[in-house]
Write a new protein. Structure first.
Length: 117
């Protein structure tokens, strides 16, 4: 990933989980989700590739742009672990190790934008 130095395998894992998280956040607006620092690296990479991210929004969020609020107070209530469970229930293989790394320290969805994650 462009702004982070890591081995290829880790970059693939993070980006795959970022895609799963983003799609789940779009398809499941009824569920409060949170993302840890590790997977959030991939979420930022996805959002920065604006043509790809707009296509995701078109397909998975009914054409509406899904905002991201990255600079909010971090919670420590286990929401990251619960988010991994929701991602699995949505049909993805959430990487247990990645989600557990930040299991108690996450950036939750908030109300800064009407449709944010």
């Amino acid at each position: 990933m462009r702004d982070n130095t890591m081995v290829f395998n880790m970059a693939e894992r993070i980006l795959a989980n970022a895609v799963a998280y983003s799609i789940t956040a779009m398809e499941r607006p009824d569920v409060h989700l949170g993302v840890g620092k590790t997977v959030d690296i991939g979420v930022h990479q996805l959002i920065l590739d604006t043509p790809v991210y707009f296509a995701f929004c078109e397909v998975y969020n009914g054409g509406r742009y899904k905002h991201h609020a990255p600079l909010i107070e971090r919670r420590r209530d286990g929401i990251v672990i619960r988010t991994a469970e929701v991602i699995r229930a949505n049909g993805f293989d959430a990487d247990e190790e990645l989600w557990a790394m930040d299991g108690a320290d996450c950036s939750p969805c908030d109300n800064k934008a009407p449709d944010s994650h």
